[in-house]
Design a protein around this ligand. Structure first.
Ligand code: GLC
Length: 731
C-alpha cells in the first residue's frame, strides 16, 4: 500500500512541476508546447522572435550593415556569419540561461552548395538531372552546417531564370519549372532528412518568393512585370513542389511583382502561400527588404514599411529591425493586433520545437578535422561535379583524348585557378581545398603525358604580353586544352552583366592560339550561359564544367581521358548572342511558325545549345516508343514507354527527358514542357525500357491566372528523344 502512495505522490509532483512548464516537456505534442509557451510570453518577447539580426563578419559585400553589437539574449534568430560552434554555443547559452523563458535562438546561414566541402553551383547541379545525388550532397552540407552551429539554411533557390545577364541565374536550377521543382524538393529532402529533429538536419528555405529571376534587363533588385498566368504557370510551381516536400521556411524576394513588392504582397504571402497552399512554416524577408519598401516607393517610412510587410504576411524581419522598432507602436496604435503577432510567433516557435532546439540547444563540439572535408564527402562532390559537366562539342570525336597525345598545352586564366572554381555563395569554401583543372590533369595523366602550361592572359583586361609564350607552348604540343571562363564574382548576387560574352582578351587569346594549328579543347568555367558565337567555330571540343567546387579537377580529367563519360545535359539554354535573351525551350507558340517569320534577320533565331542538350562518348538509340492507349479519360492513367539502347562502344549515363505538348487549348500553351525525366547507366550493347506513367490531371493540365487547374480534352503529343507519340484525352 505504502509503495502505491509513494508512486502516487511522485507522479503528482512530476505532473505538477511539468504542468507549469508544458512547453519544456518533450513528451507533449508540439502544438501544445507552442501554445503553452506563447501564453507565457510578453509582447516584447514575442516581437523579438520576429527579428533576425547578424553575428560575425558580414561577408556578403552586397549587404551593408554591421552586426548588432548588443544582441538581446532572447532574439529570435541570427544570421551566424562565424561558423565557430563554441562561439555559437555561448550566444545560445545566453538565450537559454539569461532570458526569462529560455527560448533557443535559430541560427541561419547561406549554405548554398556546400559549407566547407563545396560542390558545384546549383545551375551546374541541375545539369546532372540527378535528384538523388543532389539530396546526398545537401545531406552532407547539412551535417557540416549543424556541426558548425547552423540550424537553418537559406537554400534552395528555386527562382526560374531565363535571362543570363542576371548573375543569380547561377544559384538556381535553370529555366524549367518542373526541373527546378524536382531538384528543389530533392534539396529540401537532403537538408531536412526524414525529420527536422535529426541531429544533422537543418531547416530549408525556398527562395526567393517570387519571380526574382524576371528582374528587368537582368539587373538585380529591379522591378518585374509578371502576368498572373506566368506566375501560376512558371514561377510558382517550383515553390509549390518545394512546400509539398515539407520545406520549413520561405524567403520573400527583393523584387516587386507588377508594382507590388514581394515583401509586402498580401496576395502571394497570405492568399496563395498560407491560405491556398496551407503553408505552416514561416516567411522571412530578404536582407533589409522591409526597409527597402521605402525605396520601392510603397512606404513613406520604416514604420509604414513594417506595417505593410507584417499585414501582408511576412513573419520574420531579416536584419533591418523594422519589426523590433515599430511593431509595438503599431499595436498601441491599433493598426495591428496581438493575435496577428501571435500567429507569426507560433510559426517560428513551431520550427524551433520541430528542430529539437529546446531539447538540444547546443552544438556538439567535434574537432575541425572531423567536421569538414571528410573523404567520402569530397568523393560525393567529385561525383556531382562529374555528372554536372556537359560535353557541348566534340568534333571528329577528338575526346576522349587519343593515347597518341603525348604533349598537352594547358593554357588560360582558369587552368590553375583555385578561387573561381568555387563559384558564388561559397563563403566558407577555402580556395586551398580546390583541385584545379591543371592538378586534375596531372593526377590523371601523370607521367604518361607531358603538360606544358602557360597563363596566356588574365580573365579580363588588355594585357596580351602572355600571348607569345602561350603560342610557343601550343606549338610544341600535340593539342591545346584552353581554360577560359568567369571570375566567381561575375555571377551571384548583384552581378548583372550587359553581355554574356567572355571578356574580349579571352577571345583574342583563342584567336592567337589558332596560329599553332593544333586541335583545341575548350574548357569553360562560368556561372551563367555564355555567348560563344565567336568562339565555338574555332574550337574542336567544348566541355562546360561550370563552377564545380573543390573537386572538379579530377572529374574533368577523367572525362578527358575517357575514364569517365560525360552525362550532363543543359538546365538552361545557351543563346548564340546576348541579343537573343530571353530565349528558352518552353516558349509559347508563335503566330507564324513558317518561313522565316519573326526570326532575326542577322543571326539564326535558334539557340546555340538548347535546354536538355549534352553529348556523350557513346550513342543512345531511342526505339520502340509506345503508349498504353491512344485515348484516355481524364480520370484514367496512361503509361508510355521507350527502349534505350547503348549502340556505342563505351558505357555511359543517359538522361531520358519526356516532354508534353498541348497543341490546341483555351490558352496558348508552350511548344513543349518537361514533365518527367529519368537517368540510366548502360554498358555498350545494353538496353533498358523506361516508363512514364501519365496522370492527366497532374501532367496534362494547366493552371489559369487564378491558380485554378484545368484539364481540357483533345489531342496531346508526347516527345521522348527522337520519338513522338500522339494520344487524345476524352471526356
Ligand atoms: C542576400 C540574398 C539572400 C540571402 C540573404 C542572407 O541579400 O538575397 O539570397 O539568403 O541575403 O545572406
Amino acid at each position: 500500500m505504502w509503495r502505491f502512495l509513494i508512486l502516487f505522490c511522485f507522479v503528482n509532483i512530476h505532473k505538477n512541476i511539468y504542468s507549469q512548464l508544458v512547453y519544456k516537456d518533450s513528451m507533449q505534442p508540439i502544438e501544445t508546447r507552442v501554445q503553452d509557451l506563447l501564453k507565457r510570453m510578453t509582447l516584447k518577447e514575442k516581437i523579438l522572435q520576429l527579428n533576425q539580426y547578424t553575428f560575425g563578419e558580414n561577408d556578403n559585400p552586397n549587404n551593408i550593415g554591421e552586426e548588432i553589437k548588443n544582441i538581446p539574449a532572447d532574439i529570435g534568430s541570427l544570421i551566424y556569419l562565424n561558423i565557430n560552434p563554441e562561439i555559437r554555443n555561448n550566444i545560445q547559452r545566453k538565450a537559454i540561461e539569461e532570458s526569462r523563458l529560455g527560448i533557443p535562438i535559430l541560427f541561419g546561414f547561406d549554405v548554398i552548395h556546400g559549407l566547407r566541402t563545396v560542390y558545384p553551383i546549383p545551375l551546374a547541379q541541375a545539369c546532372s538531372f540527378n535528384p538523388k545525388l543532389i539530396t546526398a550532397a545537401c545531406r552532407m552540407a547539412a551535417k557540416e552546417a549543424t556541426l558548425s552551429g547552423i540550424n537553418w539554411t537559406f537554400s534552395p533557390m528555386v527562382d526560374i531564370a531565363r535571362d543570363a545577364r542576371w548573375g543569380r541565374i547561377a544559384e538556381g536550377y535553370g529555366e524549367d519549372p518542373y526541373l527546378s521543382g524536382v531538384l528543389g524538393a530533392a534539396s529540401v529532402k537532403g537538408y531536412q532528412s526524414e525529420s527536422l529533429s535529426n541531429p544533422y538536419s537543418i531547416a530549408a528555405c525556398l527562395k526567393h518568393f517570387v519571380g526574382y529571376g524576371m528582374s528587368e534587363g537582368g539587373r538585380d533588385y529591379r522591378p518585374t512585370d509578371i502576368s498572373k498566368q506566368a506566375l501560376w504557370e512558371t514561377y510558382l510551381p517550383p515553390f509549390e513542389m518545394g512546400i509539398k516536400s515539407g520545406a520549413a521556411t520561405i524567403m520573400s524576394s527583393f523584387n516587386d511583382i507588377s508594382g507590388i513588392p514581394a515583401t509586402a504582397n498580401h496576395y502571394l504571402l497570405n492568399d496563395v502561400l498560407k491560405n491556398k497552399w496551407n503553408f505552416k512554416g514561416f516567411v522571412v524577408s530578404d536582407w533589409n527588404a522591409i526597409e527597402q519598401l521605402t525605396y520601392q516607393g510603397v512606404a513613406k517610412d520604416r514604420k509604414e514599411a513594417a506595417y505593410k510587410a507584417f499585414t501582408a504576411g511576412l513573419d520574420m524581419d531579416m536584419r533591418d529591425n523594422a519589426y523590433g522598432e515599430f511593431l509595438e507602436e503599431l499595436i498601441e496604435g491599433n493598426k495591428i493586433s496581438e493575435e496577428q503577432i501571435d500567429s507569426a510567433v507560433v510559426r517560428i516557435l513551431r520550427l524551433k520545437f520541430h528542430l529539437g532546439l529546446f531539447e538540444r540547444p547546443y552544438t556538439t563540439i567535434v574537432n575541425e578535422a572531423e567536421r569538414y572535408l571528410q573523404k567520402e564527402d569530397v568523393k560525393l562532390a567529385s561525383l556531382l561535379a562529374e555528372e554536372s559537366m556537359v560535353l557541348l562539342k566534340n568534333q571528329n570525336k577528338l575526346l576522349p583524348l587519343s593515347p597518341s597525345v603525348q604533349n598537352i598545352a594547358v593554357i588560360g586564366p582558369l587552368a590553375k585557378n583555385k578561387t573561381d572554381l568555387l563559384g558564388s555563395w561559397a563563403f566558407r569554401g577555402n580556395p586551398k581545398d580546390v583541385e584545379t583543372i591543371y592538378e586534375g590533369l596531372e593526377k590523371e595523366f601523370g607521367n604518361k603525358i607531358r603538360l606544358n602550361y602557360a597563363l596566356g592572359c588574365k580573365k579580363e583586361g588588355n594585357d596580351i604580353s602572355g600571348f607569345e609564350e602561350a603560342l610557343k607552348v601550343a606549338k610544341t604540343s600535340d593539342l591545346i586544352i584552353l581554360c577560359l571562363g568567369e571570375d566567381k564574382s561575375w555571377s551571384g548576387e548583384n552581378a548583372s552583366r550587359s553581355t554574356i560574352a567572355l571578356p574580349r582578351i579571352q577571345e583574342e587569346l583563342l584567336t592567337h592560339l589558332k596560329k599553332a594549328e593544333k586541335p583545341i579543347v575548350l574548357i569553360l568555367s562560368n556561372g551563367r550561359p555564355l555567348e560563344l558565337a565567336r568562339i565555338e567555330p574555332h574550337v574542336d571540343a567544348i566541355v562546360e564544367i561550370w563552377q564545380p567546387g573543390i573537386a572538379g579537377g579530377s572529374a574533368l580529367a577523367g572525362i578527358l581521358s575517357g575514364r569517365l563519360s560525360p552525362s550532363g545535359k543543359l538546365s538552361v539554354t545557351f543563346p548564340r548572342t546576348t541579343g537573343q535573351i530571353p530565349i528558352y525551350y518552353n516558349m509559347r507558340q508563335t503566330a507564324r511558325p513558317y518561313g522565316n517569320m519573326g526570326n532575326y534577320q542577322d543571326i539564326q533565331t535558334t539557340p546555340l545549345y538548347p535546354f536538355g542538350y549534352g553529348l556523350s562518348y557513346t550513342n543512345f538509340t531511342y526505339t520502340n516508343a509506345r503508349i498504353s492507349s491512344n485515348k484516355v479519360r481524364k480520370d484514367e492513367k496512361l503509361t508510355a514507354e521507350v527502349t534505350i539502347i547503348n549502340t556505342g562502344k563505351s558505357s555511359g549515363k543517359e538522361t531520358v527527358l519526356w516532354y508534353i505538348a498541348d497543341p490546341v487549348c483555351s490558352i496558348s500553351r508552350p511548344i513543349k514542357e518537361l514533365k518527367h525525366f529519368e537517368k540510366c547507366y548502360l554498358l555498350p550493347g545494353e538496353s533498358c525500357v523506361l516508363r512514364f506513367e501519365i496522370n492527366p490531371y497532374k501532367d496534362l493540365s494547366y493552371v489559369n491566372s487564378s491558380g485554378v487547374r484545368f484539364l481540357e480534352s483533345g489531342k496531346f503529343i508526347l516527345y521522348v528523344g527522337t520519338e513522338k507519340l500522339i494520344f487524345e484525352v476524352v471526356e
